[in-house]
Every structure is written in C-alpha cells, then in structure tokens.
Design a protein around this ligand. Structure first.
Ligand code: SF4
Ligand code: SF4
Length: 451
C-alpha cells in the first residue's frame, strides 16, 4: 500500500515538474518579447519555489508538504472559478454625426487668411489660439521635431505616399453584370478571404447614421457633405507589430502606423473592388479618405470596445491594431454584437495609458456620455499638439496597454483569467505593473534602424 507520505512526495514532484516546464515557457516567451524584467521575475519566483520545494521535500513535516502542494494551484482556481464580473453592457450607440472638419487632422491644414480658416474660426473662436500654436510647431515628420530621424521618417513617409497612391482606387465603376449571391455565402467568403489578405478579424454591421461624418474635412473635399446611402459596413483589423510599437513614441511607431495604414488601405481597396466586380456599389475608407468614423463602425461590427484611449480595444491585441472599412450596398449578414464587458471593466481599473501619456490627454475617470454615446474620448487637441512637437504619431499609450502584449500562450492565459474571474481581473493590473513596469519607456532602437 502506498503511504500518505509517498503520495504527497509524488504529487509534489509532479507539481514541481509541471511548474518548472510552465515557468520555463514563460521565461522563454518573455525573452522572445524582449522583456528582461518579466523574464527575471519568472526566473526568480521559479527558483524560489523550487528551492522551497527541495527544502520541504527533505523534511518530515507533512503539513508543510500539503500546504506547498496547494499553493501553486491557487492561481489556477482563481482563473477557473467564474467569480463576479461586470454586467454585460448592452448599450447601443446613437447620436449625431461628427464633422470631420472638427478633428485635428483637418484643422491642422487650415491656412491663415483663407476662406476656410476664417469661416472655421468665426464659428469656433475659442479654438483659434491653441490651433495656431499647434500649427506653429515643427509638425509631422519634420526635421525640426523632437524625434527626427532621417532614415525612419523617410520610411514612414514612403508608406504614407503609397497610401496616397491608393486614393483614386477607393471607389469606381460597378460591373454591369450583376452576380446573384446569397448574403451568408458572400459574407463567409469576405471573412475568409479577408483573413488571407492579412486581417486579424472581419466584422459586418448595418451602416448607421452616426457612423458617417456629416462633412468631409480634407483637401479638395473640404466642407463637402457626406452622402453615403450604403446599407452595410465591413470593418476589419490589421495587427501593428509589437516590436515596432515598443519603440513608441520614437520613429518606429510612425513607421509602423504608416505601414499599417497602407496594409489596411490595400485590403479595403481590394474588397471594395471585389464587390464592384460582383455588380454592387462599394467604397473603401482608407487613411485620408474616410467618410466613416472607423472605431465606431468596428465596435458595432463586434470587433471590440472603445477603450480609455478612445481607440478600438480588441480582445486579443488591445489597441495595437489599425482599422479598415468598406461600405457597400451588397446585402451581407451583420454580426451579432459580441460586447465584452471585461474590456471596459479592465480599462476602468487600469489607467496605464493615462499615466504614461506625455501630454496628459487621457482621462483618469470613468466613461462619459459624449453625443449620446457612453465612451471615453481623449483630448485630441493636446494629443495632436504633442505629435506636432515629436514629429511622430506617438502611440506610447498603445505600447504600454496590457492588452497590447503579444497574442501568445502567456498573455492568452492572462486574458482568459481576466474574462473569467473578477478577482483575476483585479489582480491583473498590479501584476502587469510588476512584470512590465508602471511607467515603461520606449525600448532602444535596434542597430539596423541606425544610420
Ligand atoms: S492601458 Fe489600460 S486603461 Fe488604457 S486602454 Fe489599455 S487597458 Fe485600458
Ligand atoms: S498618442 Fe501619445 S500623446 Fe496621444 S494620447 Fe497617446 S500617449 Fe498621449
């Protein structure tokens, strides 16, 4: 008969073996992510546990052995037992359209003395002084900016120029040979093909009035009312590289932004072209050529929630994504909105993006009702002002977000725990601070990026 002593020793040995394998994987993944601090904490905690285990194994204290056996499984229980959690947030958005002329990308283009400038600031005199100051700063990709880097800025500019080259292709003639397709078949086709084109996720929503801008705010379209009668919108996400975003707010962040605007643009143009080939209207919405507010469309298409930094928070990559949208008259099957209340709940507790933001543009408080939508919104003026000094589009908030960690085993376990247990969700914020720092700064540029 196996004695109690033999059983506990056997279980302790198995536990220590499993624990060592798991911790070994976590150390490997942390090193792969270039997170030496996290790897060090895993190593030290693992070594401490194994030392404790060896000491206890060679004692005769059975109580201590059983205690040590239970302790490593506690986090597993916390992870698996569904405790509490926020109520599903079933609110649907509504409200008025946003005028694209009000966003900083449009306001920065206003030139003093022009009719558009005079009209805008006679309507909003309170915005004039701060906008003039922002326009006087070095600006995007400028040689005078804080993070100017001839190599990296030239690369970012090359990607932005390539997006511009896509502009004439966002809309076009519709084939007069209409192909009859069922909505479920073509929806499935677009989703599968979208993945092959490089998206992470594709969602469909009915196009709602508040998805659309009221007026365009860029270049020759300035002031043109948006008149889009499409019935459906296809929204998709593309992943931004962690490796590049870890260097935010320096040059690699804007290189990556531009590259992903380009990828999202090329995918949107292809999907729109495909739909027009089938004989239905379709328009791609790409960087510099939006008729829609992409995060609102993507949220309603079930791709995520609007997080504290006012961006779409996706379950697997957080805000570390770029969005693309295609609107169309082709009948599609909309997705059921799979709202994830834990994303909002986590943002309520976290505030890491607000802490690091160099312009303090992100709110520390809860969501507010903004134009009939309960959401967070950043101070776009101060954020953009920082961009015009730094020369990049910053992205520091994106890089530190706990949801923006790579989508690997380690972080999937954490995300699973957050979703399942309110206790785990509460612990996840201080644990992230411990492993990755409360206020992490940008990583060094690799050699290949230096002149
Ligand atoms: S950093 Fe924290 S508060 Fe900010 S968006 Fe990410 S999870 Fe939300
Ligand atoms: S992009 Fe930079 S300045 Fe803007 S909100 Fe994020 S951290 Fe703040």
């Amino acid at each position: 008969m196996i004695s109690n002593i033999a059983i506990v020793d056997l279980l302790l040995t198995i536990t220590a073996g499993l624990f060592s394998i798991l911790w070994g994987i976590f150390i490997y993944l942390s090193l792969k992510e270039s997170e030496p601090r996290a790897a060090g904490i895993f190593f030290l905690s693992g070594a401490l546990f194994l030392l404790l285990y060896l000491l206890v194994l060679f004692t005769d204290n059975q109580h201590l052995k059983w205690l040590l056996l239970v302790v490593p499984y506690l986090p597993v229980f916390i992870l698996l037992i569904p405790v509490g959690g926020p109520a599903p947030d079933t609110e649907t958005f509504k409200g008025n359209r946003i005028d694209e002329r009000d966003i900083m990308f449009s306001r920065r283009l206003l030139e003093e003395g022009t009719e558009d400038y005079n009209n805008y600031y006679s309507k909003y005199p309170e915005r004039k002084q701060a906008d003039d100051e922002t326009r006087a700063r070095p600006g995007f990709l400028s040689e005078r900016s804080l993070f100017y880097d001839p190599l990296l800025f030239a690369a970012a500019d090359a990607s932005f120029e390539t997006v511009k080259a896509l502009a004439p292709e966002i809309d076009g003639p519709v084939s007069d040979k209409k192909i009859s397709v069922s909505s479920d078949k073509v929806t499935g086709f677009i989703k599968k093909w979208g993945k092959m084109l490089g998206t992470i996720n594709v969602g469909i929503t009915p196009l709602r009035d508040y998805h659309l801008y009221s007026h365009r705010g860029r270049d020759h379209n300035y002031g043109t009312p948006v008149d889009n009668d499409h019935k459906f919108a296809i929204a998709f996400t593309v992943e931004m590289s962690r490796y590049m975003m870890d260097r935010a707010p320096k040059g690699p962040a804007i290189m990556e932004s531009a590259r992903k605007y380009m990828d999202a643009g090329a995918i949107a143009v292809q999907i729109a072209w495909f739909i027009r080939n089938l004989g239905y209207e379709a328009r791609a919405h790409i960087d510099g050529n939006y008729e829609v507010v992409c995060p609102l469309v993507a949220r309603d298409a079930g791709l995520g929630e609007i997080g504290r930094m006012g961006l779409l928070m996706t379950p697997a990559h957080g805000p570390r994504v770029r969005l693309g949208v295609v609107t169309t008259n082709l009948k599609l099957d909309p997705d059921k909105q799979k709202q994830d209340p834990t994303l909002i709940d986590f943002c309520n507790k976290c505030r890491k993006c607000a802490t690091v933001c160099p312009s303090q543009s992100i709110s520390y408080t809860g969501r507010e009702i903004i134009d009939e939508k309960k959401r967070w919104q950043i101070n776009q003026e101060s954020c953009y002002d920082y961009w015009c000094s730094s020369g990049t589009d910053c992205g520091w908030c994106i890089s530190v977000c706990p949801y923006a960690h790579p989508d690997n085993l380690l972080h999937r376990i954490v995300r699973y725990g957050i979703k399942r247990s309110a206790i785990f969700l509460k612990l996840a914020v201080p644990i992230d601070d411990l492993f990755y720092g409360k206020n992490p700064g940008p990583k060094e540029l690799p050699d290949w990026m230096r002149l």
